[in-house]
Design a protein around this ligand. Structure first.
Ligand code: PRX
Length: 654
């Protein structure tokens, strides 16, 4: 690590914006003033200014039936028209929308006019396949331009997409297709990852076949397949269609219809505290307003000159809001990169920044920490002087990583915005405004104009200054509208703790300046490399293996990934002989990868004889976390068997 940065005393550092940055900044202090005078009216102004409404709205917010909010609900718009056609109509058709960089080094520059033409054709393809407003389409694609085209084509028809991250297994994909009742799946033969083609189509085939106790999937009628990896794929005649054939045969023109502001735009599955992922539902007008507003003001966007790059995959919410919808609604030029940061060499990201003269970079602390480990000599080989703003998302960024990011990547010039939000919030909620706020390393800082948050104690009383739980106190335009098919869970998870205040599930601290520091999840949700994983989901994958009698999973702190999955398992008596002859940890790790996806694979697996439980049988994860992190074991007085931790500690076998 960088000694110069390490020696810097950090927590007290603040970085005021430079006068030049402040004078030219897109956002000004007037935004806070306007929002505090009339919060709801402020959002109405933003919606009118940033979007095109086919039918203007007259009602801004209906919160008469909490927790279900309606924003701009008598207005109508077409989300894809807002992201595409209107930019072409206003004379920006020749502006580059996407600089796409394939992992093997192939590339494409796609203008707004070309992207619009592709989406029109794709909308006609989907219509031919029977997709209508209100339907759901599953998208399981690598980071290729067709992923964006597919999302926007679905949106153009008023249907809803459910993008499933390409790293998820066939089982996870099946569960998501079933839950949403998708009519169509859009996938690719494969995509490039780590120097080779990683197949996707076989997982779709497997997901649609009978699996375990499940019969063949019966809502999907077609599978559209983009050719990318050129790997051999199986083919189901009558069901499977090549994307390029369908696109070539499709009509080029397509008139976008207007849909109500509250029409569903997408469902995105995220991990909760049970084994079943939650299908977070977002709708159109409010979501697009807040993603466009935040993308413009938090990233100080100048669409005519900036080259913006968000490194997130479209399979996560960051890829929805800050690769697909926010940048395109604002007519931005952006980079889209297919592969991993270290292929074919560990300077690949910096090379891309140099090549496209990227001005705004938005990434996750995990990535920054892994670059820190590799050393500054790698980015220093490239010309990063085009960068003028850096962003961070997904997990708390430690001050050391923040300072390194600013010093080594931002040449001590660039503002950094640490943005707190969630799949459920749809868009950024807490962040500095560049050019306005003094940046404080490690703190996400202040709610954005129009957003009201608080930090409260267990009883819901504001802590003023100190530690507590983060709540959002007023409805916001891009808030989730529900959990797909499970209203009860929606109410229970987010609204049962503090009434009509939204409970985010994060611990937070308010410091003496009123700045907010995020302290991590307070539930059984882990954050690994900025990705949410549920302890319960991994536990149920582990106990589905014939070796396992019981399993407990915890998120232990990890220098690079923030948290890492650590599992404690008890082997069934009847399986002990077999297990002893096997590399149990390797076997269970690959089993979890197969069941859920490689991202859920435990870093460590400990085979133990007992698990620490309370008298009521609840596993005491806190103690396991102590053990996993190599700490002194905490208070064990509520354990049913107070000896158990000593036994586990002595007998831990990795
Ligand atoms: O714990 C918070 C953490 O990520 C969670 C949301 O995860 P997800 O829905 O997958 O969305 C990630 C991308 C928006 C939050 O509950 N989190 C997100 N951003 C930050 C953060 N923790 C600290 N600081 C952040 N900037």
């Amino acid at each position: 690590m960088d000694s110069q940065v390490e020696q810097t005393p950090h927590e007290k550092h603040v970085f005021p914006p430079s006068p030049e940055f402040r004078d030219a900044a897109v956002a000004g202090p007037d935004l806070y003033a306007a929002a505090s005078t009339d919060r709801v009216g402020f959002w109405a102004d933003q919606a009118r200014e940033l979007l095109h409404w086919h039918t203007p709205f007259s009602r801004t917010l209906d919160w008469t039936n909490p927790p279900v909010a309606k924003w701009f609900d008598d207005g109508e718009l077409n989300v894809a028209y807002n992201c595409l056609d209107r930019h072409v109509e206003s004379g920006n058709g020749e502006r580059i929308a996407l600089y796409w960089e394939g992992e093997p080094g192939d590339s494409r520059a796609i203008t707004y006019a070309e992207l619009t033409a592709d989406v029109k054709r794709a909308a006609n393809v989907l219509t031919e396949l029977g997709v209508e407003a209100g339907d759901r389409v599953a998208i399981y694609l690598p980071m290729i331009p067709e992923a964006i085209v597919a999302m926007l084509a679905v949106a153009r028809l008023g249907a809803a997409h459910s993008v499933v991250f390409g790293g998820f297994s066939a089982d996870s994909l099946r569960a998501r297709i079933d839950d949403a009742g998708a009519k169509l799946v859009i996938t690719a033969d494969g995509g490039w990852r780590k120097g080779k083609v990683s197949a996707l189509k076989p997982a779709v085939d497997a997901a649609l076949e009978p699996r375990g106790d499940l019969p063949a999937q019966d809502t999907v009628t077609n599978v559209l397949v983009v050719r990318r990896g050129e790997n051999e794929v199986g083919w189901v005649e009558g069901r499977d269609i090549w994307w390029h054939d369908a696109m070539a045969a499709a009509e080029p023109e397509h008139q976008p219809l207007a849909f109500p502001a509250e029409n569903p735009l997408f469902i995105l599955y995220t991990s909760g505290t049970t084994g079943k992922p939650k299908g977070i539902l977002h709708t159109s007008g409010g979501y697009l307003t807040q993603v466009a507003f935040t993308h413009r003001n938090v990233f100080d966007l100048r669409p005519e000159s900036d080259v913006y790059w968000c490194t997130a995959d479209v399979g996560w919410v960051t890829g929805h809001s800050y690769v697909a919808y926010g940048p395109l609604a604002n007519g931005a030029t952006q980079v889209l990169y297919e592969g991993t940061p270290d292929t074919p060499h560990s300077g690949r990201w910096w090379e891309i920044i140099e090549k496209y003269r990227v001005t705004i970079l938005y990434t996750a602390p995990t990535a920054i920490r892994s670059f820190m480990k590799l050393g500054r000599q790698i980015p220093e080989r490239f010309d990063l002087s085009s960068l003028r703003l850096l962003g961070s998302v997904g997990e708390p960024i430690n001050p050391e990583a923040w300072l390194w990011y600013r010093h080594v990547i931002g040449a001590d010039r660039t503002p950094i915005v640490d943005t707190w939000w969630q799949t459920e919030t749809g868009a950024i909620m807490i962040s500095a405004l560049p050019g306005v706020t003094e940046a404080k390393p490690g703190s996400a800082q202040v709610p954005l104009p129009g957003i009201s948050v608080d930090v409260v104690d267990d009883a819901g009383t504001s802590v003023g200054q100190g530690d507590g739980l983060l709540v959002v106190t007023e409805p916001w335009p891009s808030m989730l509208r529900g959990i797909w098919g499970d209203e009860e869970r929606f109410r229970e998870t987010y609204w049962s703790t503090f009434g009509d205040r939204y409970f985010a599930g994060d611990g937070a601290r308010i410091d003496e300046d009123g700045d907010i520091w995020l302290l991590g999840r307070v539930d059984d949700v882990m954050n690994v490399s900025g990705h949410r994983l549920s302890t319960a989901e991994i536990e149920s994958a582990l106990v589905a293996h014939h070796f396992t009698a019981e399993a407990a999973v915890v998120g232990a702190s990890d220098d690079t990934t923030g948290q890492a999955v650590v599992a404690f398992v008890i082997i069934k008596e009847s399986q002990k002989a077999d297990a002893e002859a096997t590399d149990v940890a390797a076997e269970l790790r690959s089993h979890v990868a197969k069941q859920i996806g490689a991202i859920a694979r435990p870093r460590d697996i400990y085979v133990v004889a007992e698990l620490p439980k309370t008298r009521s049988g609840k596993i005491m994860r806190r103690l396991l976390r102590d053990l996993a992190e190599g700490r002194e074991i905490g208070d064990t007085t509520t354990l049913a068997d107070t000896q158990v931790m000593r036994i586990i500690g002595d007998k831990v076998v990795r």
